[in-house]
Design a protein. Structure first.
Ligand code: GLC
Ligand code: MG
Length: 422
């Protein structure tokens, strides 16, 4: 969060399963649309927060399965664990708050008396979260009875039902809503309260997110019955909360537009990139568009025309160098030339490209360094490179690519790199 020196323009706090991630969309199209919108128009001055019911173990698994961006803040285990940055540094202050009237042993003892409860996997049992499965028809009764018993034992807990099957028991002060309130308070104390905050969710454990004051909210179109019921009973007159018409990440994009929180046109929805203008253009935008063009080129979705190749070459410095992740140094212009041979080679195949953490800095007047992670999914294999691009402003030509350097991401090191172009 230190990355931003002033308040974020937008902070998105989103649930993952069935909100950011559509498990019914094997192509991940809505997620990829969100990703390019975020990297193009928001990454540099906004904050991305994932708030999931998953434990760190299952969260990391989801990151391997789906093209998720890297968030600034990760809230896991239904608001009981908060971490910051790429290295996921835990917020120890938050954990301290959660020990109030909480005793894991007592929760286990009391829940053990309910035959309707089936314990979830070991990974999902956390210091401040105990989770079960329970049949929809039994849920209400079990929650009532269990609350009374735990209260009698001196505990103050919160019992949340989600997805028509999951039952979580947490300390009263925990939960996605409380974790968001804590984060907002922390940002405010640093003088960085976001200008706007948008909460996004689909199920019972997201309901709290929609009751935090001054926060916009979107329930995606595919929201669960228990969330819609909660909304009808508690928040139906709040104009800041909408039920989107679109599923998952499509609903998030829709809400950005409806609440007028900033640009809502994803570069993926633009066939001619020249239409995709932003208020303060910077070379980060060129990078997002270039890699999207690269995907379309290899999928054969853009025409193999002389004009495209010429305009790409014209945006490269004639003596510019590209350091391939294998370490080989090549001419930048030749690398672009090489792309021509690959036109349509991924046609009809599972092939997607996305960029993550695109950040541009002006290192000297007229010189920019853009840092990003570029990912490529080909069939079931995914490889990625940390990429830096140096741009310089040339009289009459705008920004030109001067130097590109790539190194393999940790998980890509041992893979075959012969098919990697750029
Ligand atoms: C995630 C967690 C699970 C929890 C559910 C609802 O699926 O893995 O433990 O019960 O979210 O919060
Ligand atoms: Mg969900």
């Amino acid at each position: 969060m230190e990355r931003l020196t002033s308040p974020a323009r937008l902070m998105i706090v989103s649930d993952l399963d069935h909100t950011m991630v559509d498990h019914h969309d094997p192509e991940n199209l809505a997620l990829l649309r969100f990703n390019s919108l975020w990297e193009h128009a928001y990454r540099h001055d906004s904050l991305l927060v994932f708030s999931t019911g998953r434990s760190p173990t299952l969260y990391k698994e989801l990151r391997k399965e789906k093209p998720l961006l890297t968030p600034d803040v990760t809230i896991m285990s239904v608001g009981t664990e908060i971490t910051y940055g790429n290295s996921m540094v835990p917020d120890l202050g938050w954990v301290d708050d959660l020990n109030h009237k909480w005793d894991l042993g007592v929760v286990k003892e009391e829940t053990g008396k309910f035959s309707e409860l089936t314990l979830q996997a070991e990974t999902e049992q956390r210091p401040h979260k105990v989770s079960f499965y329970v049949d929809k028809s039994k849920a209400e009764e079990v929650i009532k009875e269990l609350s009374q018993r735990l209260e009698k034992r001196g505990l103050d807990v919160k019992i949340i039902y989600s997805g028509g099957m999951d039952l979580d028991i947490l300390p009263q002060g925990a939960g996605k809503g409380q974790a968001l309130a804590y984060l907002l308070k922390k940002l405010k104390s640093e003088g960085k309260l976001p200008v706007n905050t948008l909460a996004c969710g689909d199920s019972g454990n997201d309901a709290e997110l929609f009751s935090i004051p001054d926060v916009y909210g979107v329930m995606v179109s595919n929201a669960q019955e228990e969330l819609l019921k909660w909304h009808a009973e508690n928040a139906k007159d709040n104009p800041k909360v909408i039920h989107a018409k679109e599923r998952c990440a499509g609903g998030i994009i829709q809400a950005i537009g409806e609440f007028k929180l900033g640009p809502n046109l994803s570069p993926r929805d633009v066939s001619d990139f020249l239409e995709c203008k932003v208020e303060n253009p910077n070379p980060g935008h060129d990078v997002v568009k270039f890699f999207l063009f690269y995907e379309r080129w290899r999928r054969g979705e853009v025409e193999n025309s002389e004009a495209y190749a010429a305009s790409l070459k014209a945006s490269c410095q004639p003596g510019g160098v590209f350091v391939h992740p294998s370490g080989a140094e090549k001419s930048l212009v030749d690398t672009i030339g090489e792309l021509r041979k690959h036109h349509g080679d991924k046609q009809g195949k599972k092939f997607r490209v996305w960029v993550d953490q695109v950040l541009a800095t002006e290192t000297a007047p007229g010189t920019w360094m853009v840092k990003l992670d570029k990912w490529e999914q080909s069939g079931d294999e995914r490889i990625g490179c940390t990429t830096t691009v140096k741009f310089t402003a040339k009289e009459g030509e705008g920004l030109v690519w001067e130097h590109v350097e790539q190194t393999w991401s940790e998980e890509s090191k041992l893979k075959d790199d012969s098919s990697w172009i750029i």
